[in-house]
Design a protein around this ligand. Structure first.
Ligand SMILES: *Cc1c(COP(=O)(O)O)cnc(C)c1O
Length: 381
């Protein structure tokens, strides 16, 4: 019997329009460095998200790094960040030699707890050391409690960077994810809802800041005919070929959101009624792109350990993963200050221990998803 074709957590799903933009770049010999596709992709991303300014870059991680540079983060500073996230949210804090402070999740969105943030900011103020920025992540496509978080940050006058790497196309109160804070970032990495093979974007309603980001992302070259430099720059700019892929992908983003939401609904239909199974909630007045379907399986109620499910799926050539391991549990962040949701109640610990992400790609067939559901039913029915 031929081995079952692998079912991925999330794999690239091309629209078929990408090559038209790439061909155009070849025809005009705008293969490098910049050109029509970079400008076009920036304008189209701005228009889709209803934001004034966008710089496309080589990754989402670079975009966070540039946001921190623009906010003048130095080795003397602290930066607050969601603990339950992919390490890329926090690594740029370390690039600048600054000190991270990790903030727990709340149970209603799995994202940054406004209560924990408030306690952390209060302590910081008392110590006379407010953070230079708060990085808020929208996990698996679900928006954090933006109003509550922004209110706390405004009270202490601390700028906000939204890590919307996973939430492109999601909405909070009708407004696109990533556009609420001072800066927002997107990722077009291979496993994200749309991909350029690798890439990212920094966004803001601030033309001057985004122009500065473009400058920093092209080695910070001063305006002179000779090569002159007065500050540290990076090679972070997206290429015109890569941007062509992005333009073809952006055309189908809404379709991809609908497909991923349909995957989520099918999982909910199969398992939501089972005691001890809880899906990542969708907060009222928000729309998640459901980049990944994430759920928790309580071993005390179901008698099932999520790791056993992941191993069993692997035998069927199906990729599933635990929910992100929180940063406060990572060796890299050992000793870093952590604020749980409530004293003695760390929400992200529980989400990690019981949480699982199921295959969620927009190109997953119903047959493939049916197999995933069958395997889970071996454990849960
Ligand atoms: C993917 C991801 C990033 C980083 O994006 P890259 O383009 O891979 O650098 C940052 N934050 C989160 C939450 C992510 O999932």
């Amino acid at each position: 019997m031929p081995h079952r074709q692998k079912t991925f957590l999330s794999s690239p799903h091309m629209s078929g329009h990408e090559q038209k933009y790439i061909q155009e770049a070849f025809d005009l010999n705008w293969v490098a460095p910049l050109g029509n596709n970079v400008n076009g992709f920036e304008e189209e991303l701005a228009s889709y998200n209803n934001i004034s300014d966008v710089a496309v870059l080589t990754s989402g991680t670079d975009a966070i790094h540039l946001a921190l540079r623009l906010l003048d983060v130095t080795p003397e500073d602290t930066v607050f960040v969601s603990s339950l996230t992919f390490v890329a949210s926090a690594n740029p804090i370390l690039y600048e030699g600054a000190t991270p402070v990790l903030i727990d999740s709340e149970p209603e969105t799995w994202n940054m707890s406004p209560e924990a943030l408030e306690r952390a900011l209060k302590d910081a103020e008392q110590e006379g050391k407010l953070p230079k920025a708060v990085i808020i992540v929208h996990l698996y496509g679900q928006s954090a409690k933006v109003d509550e978080l922004l209110a706390v940050c405004r009270k202490y006058n601390v700028p906000v960077v939204e890590d919307a790497a996973e939430s492109l196309g999601s909405e909070y109160k009708g407004q696109k994810s990533g556009t609420h804070g001072d800066f927002g970032i997107y990722s077009f990495n291979g496993n994200k809802i749309i991909t350029t093979s690798g890439g990212g974007a920094l966004i803001a309603n601030d033309a001057e800041a985004i122009q500065k980001a473009r400058f920093l992302s092209t080695q910070a070259r001063d305006p002179a005919i000779h090569y002159q430099h007065s500050e540290i720059g990076y090679n972070y700019r997206m290429s015109n070929i890569v941007a062509g892929i992005g333009r073809g992908q952006l055309e189908v983003l809404d379709e991809r959101v609908a497909q991923r939401r349909a995957n989520f609904d099918r999982y909910v239909e199969a398992f939501a009624h089972i005691p001890g199974v809880s899906f990542q909630p969708e907060l009222k007045d928000t729309k998640s792109n459901r980049w990944l379907t994430a759920l928790t399986i309580d071993p005390e109620i179901t008698g099932v350990d999520r790791t056993d499910i992941i191993k069993r799926l692997e035998e069927e050539n199906i990729e599933a993963r635990p929910v992100w391991k929180p940063m406060h549990l990572q060796p890299l962040f050992e000793g870093v200050t952590y604020y749980p949701h409530e004293e003695g109640n760390s929400v992200s610990d529980r989400l990690f221990e019981h949480g699982i992400c199921l295959p969620s790609g927009s190109n997953m067939t119903e047959e493939q998803q049916g197999k995933v559901i069958d395997v889970l039913n071996e454990f849960l029915l």
